[in-house]
Design a protein around this ligand. Structure first.
Ligand SMILES: [Ca+2]
Ligand SMILES: [Ca+2]
Length: 360
């Protein structure tokens, strides 16, 4: 499952790790550096519109993904001319011509998350549909400075198996109509679906699609309910930056300013500047370890600085709680790796929710 971290338990783990001096084994040396974007929200209307927003329908448009260089990303709607459109003022529209009610859904399409006889909406991978949106995913507008920083990597999954300058499009959340599922896949030479996104089994790290710098691809998009969808994605790529882990504000020092950034954003999906030094798009314990490995003792005790940083962030749990003491005692018996495992299991699945009203 692609998940939101439980921030409070992560803080407890940080406190426990500090108490046990577990930071010494961390290492940040590497030639390449993964970078992740902040979450980006892409909006779709399935026979429904967002208020005060332009409907993007009946054109060939690509979802342009950008790595702009220096750890910054972006995305926009390609209108084939002029600047990219903003997702704040435009939404992709899935019209009635793409509405189907199959009596039987073939087994290989079970990932749609629809039942036999249920109406679904599909944006086609094929180009011969003049009455509907033809939506691709592209890395064609990445500026030269961004491409120059990108280095070959192999995501090792989905359509990103070979080494190349890949940009990852990860699904991290969907806010849509009640019971809605979203999927993204291609039909390739074997005539079988290659599934990249499918919310029917939750949202996980393998809900990812890959496009190379300079390329664009088309795929099938399927929605199982009418209404409006806000789809949260994060972009990732591999770079040659080799920045100093922990230096969130890029001033050349790993100090309290950086620790404060990490504390403020702990447990969130975020980018380097908010504390994601590992490039997985999450600000969590591993980022704290990365910062800790480069912490200069001249800045004082890391434990004390962390306590100060956390004190400025509202949260219900305190690191001095009895629960923390119990966890520290537990770690003394079982070791550091157990802490990470506890964190990974303390997650909460992001699922399509009932918050958005449907319109048909
Ligand atoms: Ca700094
Ligand atoms: Ca991280």
């Amino acid at each position: 499952m692609r998940q939101a971290k439980n921030a409070n338990q992560l803080h407890v783990c940080v406190a426990a790790s500090l108490a046990l001096g577990l930071l010494a084994s961390s290492s940040t040396a590497r030639a390449d550096q993964m970078m992740a974007s902040k979450p980006i929200t892409i909006r779709f209307g399935v026979e429904a519109d967002f208020a005060s927003s332009n409907r993007v329908d009946q054109i060939h448009s690509d979802l342009e993904l950008l790595y702009n260089s220096a750890g910054t990303f972006g995305a926009g709607i390609d209108f084939n001319a002029g600047p990219l459109g903003s997702f704040a003022t435009n939404h992709y529209y899935v019209n009635a011509s793409r509405r189907f009610t199959p009596a039987t859904i073939p087994a290989q399409f079970a990932f749609w998350g629809a039942s036999n006889g249920q109406t679904v909406w599909t944006l086609s991978q094929a180009s011969s549909l003049p009455n509907a949106l033809w939506l691709g995913v592209a890395g064609e507008n990445i500026p030269a400075a961004g491409t120059a920083e990108m280095v070959d990597w192999s995501p090792g999954q989905n359509n990103g198996t070979a080494a190349a300058k890949w940009l990852e499009l990860s699904l991290v959340g969907v806010r849509g109509p009640a019971g809605a599922n979203v999927s993204l896949y291609q039909i390739l030479a074997n005539n079988q679906p290659s599934v990249y996104w499918a919310t029917s089994d939750g949202i996980a790290s393998n809900d990812a699609f890959y496009v190379q710098s300079g390329a664009h691809l088309h795929a099938w998009w399927v929605f199982t309910q009418p209404g409006t969808y806000e789809i949260d994605v994060q972009l990732r790529t591999n770079t040659n930056l080799n920045w100093l882990a922990g230096d969130a504000n890029r001033d050349g020092f790993v100090d309290r300013l950086d620790l404060n950034a990490l504390a403020q954003n702990f447990g969130t999906r975020n980018d380097w500047f908010a504390g994601d030094f590992t490039g997985d798009g999450l600000v969590d314990l591993q980022d704290f370890f990365a910062l800790g490995a480069n912490w200069n003792p001249a800045n004082g005790s890391l434990a004390a600085a962390w306590a100060d940083a956390r004190a400025s962030v509202p949260e219900p749990a305190t690191i001095a709680s009895l629960g923390t003491m119990a966890l520290v005692a537990l770690r003394r018996r079982s070791g550091a790796t157990t802490c990470t495992q506890v964190v990974e299991r303390s997650t909460e699945t992001v699922r399509p929710g009932p918050s958005t009203p449907t319109t048909t």
